[in-house]
Design a protein around this ligand. Structure first.
Ligand SMILES: NC(=O)c1ccc[n+]([C@@H]2O[C@H](COP(=O)([O-])OP(=O)(O)OC[C@H]3O[C@@H](n4cnc5c(N)ncnc54)[C@H](O)[C@@H]3O)[C@@H](O)[C@H]2O)c1
Length: 249
């Protein structure tokens, strides 16, 4: 699984799953470009952890829903860092609503982050990776992309299902220039987002109902690291379920 000397960009890496993924990639030797909306204590702590692992880190504050900002982020990567081996499209949002309480603004907010942001980052990353003739992209979808959202979050489930189509299509396009594109579909992972969605008692109920209990960010990080490694050379367009048995396809 070694990722030594690889350069990886993880979007939304300031906390939660993205932070766990960034740390796991660094544990395997990758230098990390941390993206999030803003710098803060959590990012500072992550930078320190990455450096303690002997890897380099950069922080780029970018809203991945804005094409001009995304373009600037990838220009910086190309001009100042010089290469990009791995993109993990992790940044994501949810709003706790069913269809009746979801406004068009809510719908657009979730779709813009979860799928448009992923499209934009993939597009500009692939321009770099096409020139390099190598690279890996991993999209962070969700179990709800397969089974529908547990609490009726139509925007969230639709965006996560949409990522499967994006992943497969990009996999076909990018194979021609040596780039693998895959997805992971985590189940219930203990982060701020899942706690906000399910509440503490909801998390406890879920824990009891999932064969392997709740997941942690390292569980997802390890799956992503594998998909980014040479061991996954012949895997593309697929989704790796990381859900502890919550849902079997
Ligand atoms: N936690 C879970 O149980 C779970 C399960 C399945 C999938 N996921 C997916 O994992 C990803 C991360 O979720 P999490 O639980 O860590 O959430 P989180 O809310 O803890 O972290 C998300 C991060 O993304 C950043 N972000 C949001 N919008 C952004 C934007 N426009 N540009 C840049 N960064 C932005 C946030 O600032 C935050 O740091 C999401 O895509 C989520 O859908 C999470």
């Amino acid at each position: 699984m070694s990722l030594k000397n690889k350069i990886a960009l993880v979007t939304g890496a300031g906390k939660g799953l993205g932070k766990g993924i960034a740390l796991e990639l660094a544990s395997q030797g990758a230098d990390i470009i941390i993206n999030d909306l803003q710098y803060g204590e959590s990012v500072e702590a992550l930078e320190k952890q990455i450096q303690d692992l002997g890897c380099k880190s950069w922080f780029i504050a970018t809203d991945i829903t804005r094409e001009d900002a995304v373009k600037r982020m990838f220009s910086f990567i190309q001009n100042e860092i010089g290469r990009l081996d791995i993109l993990v499209n992790n940044a994501g949002v949810d709003r706790p609503q069913d269809i009746f309480s979801t406004s068009l603004e809510d719908w657009n907010f979730v779709m813009q982050t979860n799928i448009t942001g992923c499209f934009l980052c993939s597009k500009y990353a692939l321009l770099i990776m096409r020139d390099q003739q190598q690279g890996k992209i991993v999209n962070v979808s969700s179990v709800v992309g397969h089974q529908g959202a547990l609490k009726g979050h139509v925007h969230y489930a639709s965006s996560k299902s949409g990522l499967f189509g994006l992943t497969k299509t990009l996999a076909r396009t990018a194979a021609a220039f040596g780039v693998n594109v895959n997805a992971v579909a985590p189940g219930v992972i203990e982060t701020e987002l899942s706690l906000k969605t399910h509440g503490e008692s909801g998390m406890e109920t879920l824990r009891k109902g999932i064969p392997l209990g709740l997941g942690n960010v390292k569980d997802v990080g390890m799956a992503v690291a594998f998909l980014c490694s040479d061991g996954a050379r012949y895997i593309t367009g697929t989704t790796l379920d990381v859900n502890g048995g919550l849902y079997f396809r």
